[in-house]
Design a protein around this ligand. Structure first.
Ligand SMILES: [Zn+2]
Length: 182
């Protein structure tokens, strides 16, 4: 297994400053939210992810993919420019944190349930991390019931929807959070 230092120099070789940033940010998030216990893997900047997702975690390879569109200001614009100056750091950090939850779950026994988001392990991590972030939210596994042959998803009162669960933590940030850039 590659060390974080090795992964960082590889990241710099492949992606320059954004590669270095991703490794440094991963370390900060690991120390802040996971007691430094996630095992590091390569972080790849690319453009071909599933759907409109900005991040992806590859289970068997322990790889995190980040979308190059994160190097685009959140103000309405179509300008994409490669480079650390254009990186939307707060959004990118939250996307990275989300993928690190998948990393954590995977590295501590995996999950059983409906999807990689709607399961006890992921939900437990969301609640724990929301607590660290001081977010006043609650997540529960969303269960399906069938009434008159129609399946419905039952979201317990005050709990995150499936979409919010799948988009944690960005779904739960305050409206202005991403506009107050570092
Ligand atoms: Zn996810």
């Amino acid at each position: 297994m590659a060390t974080l230092a090795e992964l960082k120099s590889q990241g710099i070789k492949w992606f320059g400053e954004v590669g270095a940033w991703a490794c440094d940010e991963w370390k900060i998030l690991n120390d802040t939210f996971f007691d430094g216990k996630n095992k590091p893997g390569a972080i790849i900047w690319g453009s071909t992810l599933q759907g409109d997702s900005l991040g992806y975690y590859h289970l068997s390879e322990n790889l995190i993919y980040l979308h190059k569109n994160l190097m685009r200001p959140i103000y309405p614009t179509t300008d994409f420019k490669w480079g650390i100056r254009h990186l939307n750091k707060r959004v990118a950090s939250d996307v990275l944190l989300h993928e690190m939850i998948h990393q954590r779950v995977n590295q501590t026994g995996g999950w059983v349930g409906e999807t990689s988001h709607n399961n006890e392990r992921f939900v437990e991590e969301v609640n724990r991390i929301a607590g660290v972030l001081g977010m006043d939210i609650k997540a529960r596994v969303i269960k399906q019931t069938t009434t008159r042959n129609k399946p419905t998803w039952n979201i317990e009162p005050g709990c995150l929807t499936l979409k919010e669960l799948s988009d944690f933590p960005y779904s739960s940030r305050t409206r202005n959070y991403y506009y107050n850039q570092r």
